[in-house]
Design a protein around this ligand. Structure first.
Ligand SMILES: [Zn+2]
Ligand SMILES: [Zn+2]
Ligand SMILES: [Zn+2]
Length: 159
């Protein structure tokens, strides 16, 4: 994390390796034109869905409360009603977390931010986000702490 580098749109701190803002989804370097919309490869992606990481153009991305979501109907409600409980580097770690949460009755979903063809060639750190419903977040957090499964715990940027 380089102090001082932050998203021009929402001011969230970002690392040098990040291509998209984790908080609002915006493409951080507006001069780059090598990131293509997943559904419209002829169009440059100006943002990625903050839930699933899919790069989107202005036709298939939507702004909801200052963040970009893709046109998957479920992702808008996840962005609004679910919260990130863990951020891990591999789908295997995410699966372990999700399994433990569901064993304890907490629904959870993992989103591999880079599982998109148009992000494969980007040089980014790998990142899988695990979401739980907002009202289960505290329970999920303490459960993962107890199991020592939390790895890393990004606080969603409080503005
Ligand atoms: Zn941002
Ligand atoms: Zn999405
Ligand atoms: Zn598009």
């Amino acid at each position: 994390m380089t102090p001082g580098r932050s998203c021009a749109a929402c001011r969230t701190n970002v690392s040098d390796a990040d291509v998209f803002c984790l908080s609002c989804g915006r493409l951080l370097d507006e001069t780059r034109d090598d990131v293509r919309c997943e559904q419209h490869p002829e169009d440059v992606a100006r943002a990625a869905c903050v839930v699933c990481g899919r790069p989107v153009c202005s036709r298939c991305g939507r702004q909801v409360h200052g963040a970009t979501v893709c046109d998957d109907p479920g992702h808008e409600s996840i962005n609004a009603e679910w919260r990130i409980v863990a951020e891990v580097a591999s789908p295997f770690e995410a699966d372990l977390i999700i399994r433990n949460l569901s064993l304890n009755g907490i629904p959870a979903s993992g989103f591999d931010q880079h599982a998109h063809p148009s992000r494969l060639l980007l040089d980014e750190p790998s990142r899988v986000l695990v979401y739980v419903p907002a009202d289960r977040h505290a329970m999920a957090t303490s459960l993962l702490d107890d199991l020592d499964l939390r790895f890393e715990s990004p606080e969603s940027s409080e503005q």
